[in-house]
Design a protein around this ligand. Structure first.
Ligand code: GLY
Length: 361
Protein backbone atom coordinates (compact mmCIF):
# COMPACT_ATOMS: atom_id res chain seq x y z
CA UNK A 1 0.00 0.00 0.00
CA UNK A 2 1.63 3.25 -1.07
CA UNK A 3 1.66 6.31 1.18
CA UNK A 4 1.33 9.45 -0.99
CA UNK A 5 2.09 11.76 1.95
CA UNK A 6 5.39 9.90 2.52
CA UNK A 7 6.39 10.10 -1.14
CA UNK A 8 5.62 13.83 -1.14
CA UNK A 9 7.54 14.36 2.11
CA UNK A 10 10.59 12.53 0.74
CA UNK A 11 10.48 14.50 -2.52
CA UNK A 12 10.33 17.80 -0.61
CA UNK A 13 13.13 16.72 1.73
CA UNK A 14 15.41 15.73 -1.15
CA UNK A 15 14.64 18.97 -2.99
CA UNK A 16 15.81 20.76 0.15
CA UNK A 17 19.03 18.69 0.26
CA UNK A 18 19.57 19.35 -3.47
CA UNK A 19 19.30 23.08 -2.85
CA UNK A 20 22.18 22.85 -0.35
CA UNK A 21 24.61 20.82 -2.46
CA UNK A 22 26.79 23.89 -2.99
CA UNK A 23 27.37 24.34 0.76
CA UNK A 24 30.99 24.86 1.77
CA UNK A 25 31.78 22.69 4.80
CA UNK A 26 29.38 20.29 6.53
CA UNK A 27 25.92 21.50 7.65
CA UNK A 28 25.74 20.83 11.40
CA UNK A 29 22.88 22.67 13.19
CA UNK A 30 21.08 25.89 12.37
CA UNK A 31 21.29 29.20 14.19
CA UNK A 32 18.37 31.54 13.54
CA UNK A 33 17.28 29.04 10.86
CA UNK A 34 20.59 29.26 8.92
CA UNK A 35 23.00 26.33 8.75
CA UNK A 36 26.13 26.61 10.82
CA UNK A 37 28.70 24.48 9.04
CA UNK A 38 31.76 22.75 10.43
CA UNK A 39 35.07 22.60 8.56
CA UNK A 40 35.95 19.05 9.58
CA UNK A 41 32.49 17.50 9.91
CA UNK A 42 32.31 17.67 13.74
CA UNK A 43 30.45 14.49 14.87
CA UNK A 44 27.68 15.08 12.35
CA UNK A 45 29.42 15.25 8.94
CA UNK A 46 28.58 11.61 8.22
CA UNK A 47 24.87 12.47 8.28
CA UNK A 48 25.33 15.18 5.64
CA UNK A 49 27.24 12.70 3.47
CA UNK A 50 24.53 10.10 4.18
CA UNK A 51 21.85 12.52 3.03
CA UNK A 52 23.75 12.99 -0.23
CA UNK A 53 23.97 9.21 -0.69
CA UNK A 54 20.22 8.98 -0.01
CA UNK A 55 19.59 11.61 -2.69
CA UNK A 56 21.75 9.66 -5.13
CA UNK A 57 20.01 6.38 -4.30
CA UNK A 58 16.58 7.89 -4.83
CA UNK A 59 17.26 10.06 -7.87
CA UNK A 60 20.40 8.70 -9.55
CA UNK A 61 21.38 12.33 -9.91
CA UNK A 62 25.20 12.55 -10.18
CA UNK A 63 25.30 15.85 -8.29
CA UNK A 64 24.37 14.07 -5.03
CA UNK A 65 27.03 11.43 -5.64
CA UNK A 66 29.78 13.88 -6.42
CA UNK A 67 29.06 15.99 -3.32
CA UNK A 68 29.09 12.84 -1.16
CA UNK A 69 32.43 11.81 -2.65
CA UNK A 70 33.96 15.27 -2.33
CA UNK A 71 32.81 15.56 1.29
CA UNK A 72 34.26 12.11 2.06
CA UNK A 73 37.75 12.99 0.82
CA UNK A 74 38.88 14.96 3.88
CA UNK A 75 36.39 13.25 6.21
CA UNK A 76 38.06 9.83 5.90
CA UNK A 77 41.18 11.35 7.47
CA UNK A 78 39.26 11.41 10.74
CA UNK A 79 39.01 7.61 10.88
CA UNK A 80 42.18 7.48 12.98
CA UNK A 81 40.93 9.69 15.82
CA UNK A 82 41.93 8.14 19.13
CA UNK A 83 39.35 9.82 21.41
CA UNK A 84 36.05 9.85 19.60
CA UNK A 85 33.08 7.66 20.57
CA UNK A 86 31.06 8.95 17.59
CA UNK A 87 33.16 7.19 14.95
CA UNK A 88 30.36 4.70 14.21
CA UNK A 89 27.74 7.44 13.86
CA UNK A 90 30.17 9.26 11.56
CA UNK A 91 31.33 6.40 9.35
CA UNK A 92 28.24 4.17 8.93
CA UNK A 93 26.17 6.68 6.93
CA UNK A 94 29.21 7.99 5.02
CA UNK A 95 31.98 5.45 4.30
CA UNK A 96 30.12 2.14 4.86
CA UNK A 97 27.26 3.48 2.77
CA UNK A 98 29.69 4.86 0.18
CA UNK A 99 31.33 1.44 -0.10
CA UNK A 100 27.92 -0.18 -0.60
CA UNK A 101 26.89 2.35 -3.24
CA UNK A 102 30.16 2.59 -5.21
CA UNK A 103 32.23 -0.46 -4.23
CA UNK A 104 35.21 1.91 -3.76
CA UNK A 105 37.72 0.04 -1.55
CA UNK A 106 39.00 3.33 -0.10
CA UNK A 107 35.68 3.74 1.71
CA UNK A 108 35.85 0.19 3.03
CA UNK A 109 39.39 0.86 4.25
CA UNK A 110 38.36 4.09 5.98
CA UNK A 111 35.40 2.42 7.69
CA UNK A 112 37.64 -0.41 8.92
CA UNK A 113 40.18 2.11 10.22
CA UNK A 114 37.39 3.96 12.05
CA UNK A 115 36.26 0.66 13.58
CA UNK A 116 39.83 -0.07 14.75
CA UNK A 117 40.10 3.40 16.28
CA UNK A 118 36.76 2.94 18.04
CA UNK A 119 37.61 -0.52 19.38
CA UNK A 120 41.03 0.72 20.59
CA UNK A 121 39.25 3.13 22.99
CA UNK A 122 37.70 0.24 24.94
CA UNK A 123 38.35 0.46 28.69
CA UNK A 124 39.02 -3.16 29.74
CA UNK A 125 38.37 -2.58 33.47
CA UNK A 126 35.00 -0.90 33.06
CA UNK A 127 34.11 -2.65 29.77
CA UNK A 128 33.02 0.49 27.98
CA UNK A 129 34.04 3.01 25.32
CA UNK A 130 34.23 6.45 26.99
CA UNK A 131 31.87 9.13 25.69
CA UNK A 132 34.64 11.51 24.79
CA UNK A 133 34.94 13.42 21.56
CA UNK A 134 32.48 16.09 20.64
CA UNK A 135 31.93 17.85 23.97
CA UNK A 136 35.53 18.57 25.00
CA UNK A 137 36.11 20.35 28.30
CA UNK A 138 35.49 17.97 31.18
CA UNK A 139 37.17 14.63 31.69
CA UNK A 140 35.01 12.13 29.85
CA UNK A 141 37.24 9.10 30.42
CA UNK A 142 34.75 7.50 32.84
CA UNK A 143 31.53 8.88 31.33
CA UNK A 144 29.55 6.47 29.19
CA UNK A 145 26.80 7.87 26.97
CA UNK A 146 23.65 6.09 25.83
CA UNK A 147 24.37 7.67 22.40
CA UNK A 148 27.35 5.33 21.90
CA UNK A 149 24.93 2.47 21.17
CA UNK A 150 24.58 4.11 17.75
CA UNK A 151 28.31 3.71 17.08
CA UNK A 152 28.40 -0.03 17.76
CA UNK A 153 26.88 -1.12 14.41
CA UNK A 154 30.17 -0.02 12.79
CA UNK A 155 31.97 -2.63 14.91
CA UNK A 156 29.55 -5.40 13.91
CA UNK A 157 29.91 -4.40 10.26
CA UNK A 158 33.71 -4.47 10.62
CA UNK A 159 33.62 -7.90 12.31
CA UNK A 160 31.61 -9.33 9.42
CA UNK A 161 33.68 -7.55 6.79
CA UNK A 162 37.14 -8.38 8.17
CA UNK A 163 36.48 -11.63 10.05
CA UNK A 164 38.18 -10.12 13.14
CA UNK A 165 36.30 -11.20 16.27
CA UNK A 166 37.72 -8.38 18.41
CA UNK A 167 35.31 -5.88 16.83
CA UNK A 168 32.30 -7.94 17.84
CA UNK A 169 33.71 -8.62 21.32
CA UNK A 170 34.10 -4.90 22.00
CA UNK A 171 30.63 -4.08 20.61
CA UNK A 172 28.95 -6.71 22.78
CA UNK A 173 30.97 -5.86 25.89
CA UNK A 174 30.17 -2.14 25.64
CA UNK A 175 26.59 -3.03 24.72
CA UNK A 176 26.20 -5.20 27.83
CA UNK A 177 27.51 -2.37 30.03
CA UNK A 178 25.10 0.06 28.41
CA UNK A 179 22.10 -2.29 28.72
CA UNK A 180 22.74 -2.81 32.40
CA UNK A 181 23.50 0.82 33.36
CA UNK A 182 21.57 3.08 30.97
CA UNK A 183 18.22 1.25 30.87
CA UNK A 184 15.90 1.75 33.82
CA UNK A 185 13.24 -0.70 34.94
CA UNK A 186 10.39 1.09 33.17
CA UNK A 187 12.19 1.39 29.83
CA UNK A 188 13.43 4.98 30.13
CA UNK A 189 17.15 5.64 29.79
CA UNK A 190 19.90 7.51 31.59
CA UNK A 191 21.96 9.81 29.36
CA UNK A 192 25.36 9.46 31.05
CA UNK A 193 26.54 6.74 33.44
CA UNK A 194 29.79 7.46 35.27
CA UNK A 195 32.47 4.93 36.17
CA UNK A 196 35.85 5.21 37.81
CA UNK A 197 38.00 5.07 34.66
CA UNK A 198 40.93 3.42 36.46
CA UNK A 199 39.14 0.64 38.32
CA UNK A 200 35.98 0.49 36.20
CA UNK A 201 33.82 0.75 39.34
CA UNK A 202 30.31 2.08 38.59
CA UNK A 203 29.65 5.49 40.21
CA UNK A 204 26.16 6.50 39.17
CA UNK A 205 23.85 8.18 36.66
CA UNK A 206 24.33 11.68 35.32
CA UNK A 207 23.38 13.72 32.30
CA UNK A 208 24.83 16.30 29.92
CA UNK A 209 22.03 17.25 27.54
CA UNK A 210 19.10 16.02 29.63
CA UNK A 211 17.20 17.73 32.44
CA UNK A 212 18.64 15.69 35.31
CA UNK A 213 20.32 12.38 36.14
CA UNK A 214 16.88 10.90 36.89
CA UNK A 215 15.11 12.28 33.81
CA UNK A 216 14.78 10.77 30.35
CA UNK A 217 16.42 12.93 27.66
CA UNK A 218 14.31 12.42 24.54
CA UNK A 219 17.09 12.14 22.01
CA UNK A 220 18.99 9.73 24.22
CA UNK A 221 15.85 7.59 24.33
CA UNK A 222 15.66 7.74 20.53
CA UNK A 223 19.32 6.73 20.18
CA UNK A 224 18.60 3.82 22.53
CA UNK A 225 15.63 2.60 20.49
CA UNK A 226 17.36 2.84 17.14
CA UNK A 227 20.80 1.75 18.32
CA UNK A 228 19.41 -1.42 19.91
CA UNK A 229 17.11 -2.08 16.94
CA UNK A 230 20.07 -1.89 14.56
CA UNK A 231 22.24 -4.08 16.79
CA UNK A 232 19.48 -6.70 17.00
CA UNK A 233 19.18 -6.71 13.20
CA UNK A 234 22.94 -7.21 12.96
CA UNK A 235 22.72 -10.32 15.12
CA UNK A 236 23.78 -8.91 18.51
CA UNK A 237 21.07 -11.01 20.16
CA UNK A 238 17.78 -11.07 22.02
CA UNK A 239 18.76 -8.67 24.87
CA UNK A 240 19.09 -5.86 22.32
CA UNK A 241 15.69 -6.58 20.82
CA UNK A 242 14.12 -6.64 24.29
CA UNK A 243 15.85 -3.38 25.25
CA UNK A 244 14.71 -1.72 22.02
CA UNK A 245 11.13 -2.85 22.69
CA UNK A 246 11.18 -1.58 26.27
CA UNK A 247 12.64 1.77 25.21
CA UNK A 248 10.09 2.03 22.38
CA UNK A 249 7.19 1.31 24.77
CA UNK A 250 8.35 4.03 27.15
CA UNK A 251 8.77 6.46 24.26
CA UNK A 252 5.31 5.78 22.81
CA UNK A 253 3.56 5.73 26.19
CA UNK A 254 4.97 9.16 27.09
CA UNK A 255 4.48 11.05 23.82
CA UNK A 256 2.18 14.06 23.81
CA UNK A 257 -0.86 13.82 21.54
CA UNK A 258 0.93 15.52 18.60
CA UNK A 259 3.51 12.67 18.64
CA UNK A 260 6.41 15.17 18.89
CA UNK A 261 8.38 14.69 22.11
CA UNK A 262 9.48 17.56 24.29
CA UNK A 263 13.29 17.79 24.57
CA UNK A 264 13.15 15.73 27.76
CA UNK A 265 10.33 13.43 28.87
CA UNK A 266 10.47 15.10 32.28
CA UNK A 267 10.17 18.64 30.89
CA UNK A 268 6.65 18.84 29.58
CA UNK A 269 5.40 22.14 30.95
CA UNK A 270 4.21 25.16 28.96
CA UNK A 271 6.95 26.66 26.76
CA UNK A 272 9.25 23.63 26.90
CA UNK A 273 10.69 23.11 23.39
CA UNK A 274 10.22 19.98 21.29
CA UNK A 275 12.88 17.82 19.70
CA UNK A 276 11.95 16.81 16.16
CA UNK A 277 15.37 15.16 15.78
CA UNK A 278 14.47 12.73 18.57
CA UNK A 279 11.19 12.06 16.76
CA UNK A 280 12.97 11.37 13.46
CA UNK A 281 15.52 9.01 15.03
CA UNK A 282 12.82 7.18 17.00
CA UNK A 283 10.55 6.90 13.94
CA UNK A 284 13.32 5.15 12.05
CA UNK A 285 13.96 2.78 14.96
CA UNK A 286 10.25 2.03 15.31
CA UNK A 287 10.04 1.13 11.62
CA UNK A 288 13.03 -1.20 11.99
CA UNK A 289 11.38 -2.91 14.96
CA UNK A 290 8.06 -2.84 13.15
CA UNK A 291 9.25 -5.15 10.41
CA UNK A 292 8.48 -7.98 12.81
CA UNK A 293 5.81 -6.30 14.91
CA UNK A 294 2.87 -4.64 13.10
CA UNK A 295 1.87 -2.46 16.06
CA UNK A 296 5.33 -0.87 16.14
CA UNK A 297 5.25 -0.41 12.37
CA UNK A 298 1.96 1.47 12.72
CA UNK A 299 3.37 3.53 15.58
CA UNK A 300 6.45 4.39 13.52
CA UNK A 301 4.32 5.47 10.56
CA UNK A 302 2.16 7.60 12.87
CA UNK A 303 5.20 9.34 14.37
CA UNK A 304 6.73 9.90 10.94
CA UNK A 305 3.54 11.31 9.52
CA UNK A 306 3.19 13.63 12.50
CA UNK A 307 6.70 14.90 11.78
CA UNK A 308 5.93 15.42 8.09
CA UNK A 309 2.75 17.30 8.94
CA UNK A 310 3.90 19.14 12.06
CA UNK A 311 7.62 19.79 11.65
CA UNK A 312 8.67 19.55 8.00
CA UNK A 313 9.88 22.97 6.87
CA UNK A 314 8.16 24.75 3.99
CA UNK A 315 9.91 24.85 0.62
CA UNK A 316 12.72 27.41 0.51
CA UNK A 317 13.80 26.75 4.10
CA UNK A 318 17.45 25.77 4.61
CA UNK A 319 16.75 22.55 6.50
CA UNK A 320 14.28 19.68 6.16
CA UNK A 321 12.88 19.65 9.72
CA UNK A 322 12.03 22.47 12.11
CA UNK A 323 11.72 22.30 15.92
CA UNK A 324 14.79 20.37 17.05
CA UNK A 325 16.53 21.04 20.34
CA UNK A 326 20.25 20.33 20.33
CA UNK A 327 21.27 20.95 23.93
CA UNK A 328 18.92 22.93 26.14
CA UNK A 329 20.97 22.90 29.36
CA UNK A 330 23.87 24.59 27.51
CA UNK A 331 21.59 26.92 25.54
CA UNK A 332 22.54 25.46 22.15
CA UNK A 333 20.19 25.03 19.19
CA UNK A 334 16.78 25.54 20.77
CA UNK A 335 13.91 25.21 18.28
CA UNK A 336 16.36 24.90 15.38
CA UNK A 337 17.28 22.22 12.82
CA UNK A 338 19.91 19.49 12.90
CA UNK A 339 21.54 17.50 10.13
CA UNK A 340 20.90 14.26 12.09
CA UNK A 341 17.19 14.99 12.39
CA UNK A 342 17.07 15.61 8.64
CA UNK A 343 19.05 12.42 7.95
CA UNK A 344 16.87 10.10 10.03
CA UNK A 345 13.69 11.66 8.68
CA UNK A 346 14.85 10.86 5.14
CA UNK A 347 16.03 7.36 6.11
CA UNK A 348 12.69 6.61 7.75
CA UNK A 349 10.77 7.85 4.71
CA UNK A 350 12.97 5.76 2.41
CA UNK A 351 12.32 2.73 4.59
CA UNK A 352 8.57 3.30 4.59
CA UNK A 353 8.45 3.86 0.83
CA UNK A 354 10.50 0.72 0.19
CA UNK A 355 8.09 -1.32 2.25
CA UNK A 356 5.13 0.26 0.48
CA UNK A 357 6.57 -0.60 -2.93
CA UNK A 358 7.37 -4.17 -1.87
CA UNK A 359 11.17 -3.71 -1.95
CA UNK A 360 11.37 -4.50 1.75
CA UNK A 361 10.34 -8.08 2.35
N1 GLY B 1 25.59 13.63 21.34
C1 GLY B 1 24.64 13.29 20.39
C2 GLY B 1 23.46 14.14 20.40
O1 GLY B 1 23.56 15.32 20.67
O2 GLY B 1 22.42 13.65 20.12
Amino acid sequence: MSEPWAEAALARALDCVASRLGTVGYPHVTRNSRWVTSRDGSWTGGFWIGLCWAGYEERRDERFRSVAQRALEPFVGRASEARNHDLGMMFCPSAVKGFRVTGDPRYRGAALRAASSLAAQFNEEGRFIPGWGAFGGDDWSGAVLVDTLMSLPLLLWAAAESGEGRFRDVALAHGATSLSHHFRQGGSTVHVYRFDPTTGTPIGPGTYQGKSPTSCWSRGQAWAITGCAQLARLGAGEPYLEAAHRAASYYLDHLPSDQLPFWDFDATGPGEPKDSAAAAIASYGLLLLGENEPSLWEAGVKCLRALAEGAQAPRGHEAVLLHATVDLPHGIGIDESTIYGDYFFVRALQHLNKKSSGQLK
